[in-house]
Design a protein around this ligand. Structure first.
Ligand code: SAM
Length: 248
């Protein structure tokens, strides 16, 4: 019977394509790709022949396209969903078809693989036992500061995506809101020839960004707040369970 298969694609290094991705590209009846040109480019680099129909499935049409694609699934088709890089649905198209498939009771599965979130987190050297992914840092200064303030008391490791154009402004806002001493990592061009991970305090990384601006795709990983920082961010006195019990 038919099904939806989300498949991760390489985030830079073509060799990260799984054997399962290759087989799915060859065999899927329909490939729903964020950018059809990039899909054919990937297929060429992997030397696979895409036998199925290739359709554009991106942020602007995914809600409208989900149901027609699922009609095909209902008739027995395997629909492969791929984005330009990494895991579909992670700041990429895919969620609309997953939701509709669940609502319609149609099978959906995933061929997992590369994603910049986990790659950067694992390389950061920061705690990985608890983390939160917050997607792209907002573009506008005011929105950015607001978001960072909301995150300043977060005790889990924080993972954010950023572009090189705004990295210096963002680092300045980070230093302002989180303080210069909080530890972080800036990972760029992961899995590519110029992969680099800078680790240090927010102050160190800011200085490095000013002196040697990082190019390419960037992930920021920031240490979670200490208990003391979390209390401060919450506006001062936070009572422990014992203190609350005493008051009651
Ligand atoms: N779906 C993708 C994933 O699973 O990682 C994310 C797509 S999002 C539109 C693109 C952003 O992911 C980039 O701006 C960058 O922040 C991050 N990214 C993707 N590939 C990367 C790489 N090779 N190195 C560092 N960051 C990367």
């Amino acid at each position: 019977s038919g099904r939806v298969v989300l498949a991760a694609t390489p985030i830079g290094n073509t060799e990260d394509a799984s054997a399962r991705l290759v087989r799915l590209l060859e065999e899927a009846d329909i490939v729903a790709a964020e950018d059809t040109r990039r899909l054919y480019d990937l297929a060429r680099r992997l030397d696979v022949h895409v036998s199925g129909r290739v359709v554009a499935y991106h942020d602007h049409n995914e809600r409208g396209k989900a149901d027609p694609l699922l009609d095909e699934v209902e008739s027995g088709a395997t629909v492969l969903v791929v984005s330009d890089a990494g895991m579909p649905t992670i700041n990429d198209p895919g969620l609309a078809i997953v939701r509709r498939a669940i609502e319609r009771g149609l099978p959906v599965t995933c061929a997992p693989g590369p994603s910049a979130v986990l790659d950067a987190l694992a390389l950061s050297g920061l705690p990985t036992d608890r983390f939160c992914y917050e997607g792209f840092v907002p573009r506008k200064h005011a929105d950015r500061v607001k978001k960072l303030r909301m995150l300043s008391g977060e005790m889990r490791t924080i993972v954010l995506y950023e572009t090189p154009h705004r990295i210096e402004e963002t680092m300045r806002d980070l230093a302002e809101v989180f303080g210069e001493n909080r530890l972080m990592a800036l990972a760029r061009e992961l899995t590519k020839d110029f992969e680099e991970v800078r680790r240090g305090s927010i102050g160190d990384i800011l200085e490095g960004v000013v002196n040697d601006p990082p190019r390419g795709e960037i992930v920021l990983v920031i240490a979670g707040a200490s208990e003391q920082e979390a209390v401060q961010a919450a506006g001062g006195a936070v009572l422990s369970v014992e203190e609350l019990a005493e008051k009651a």
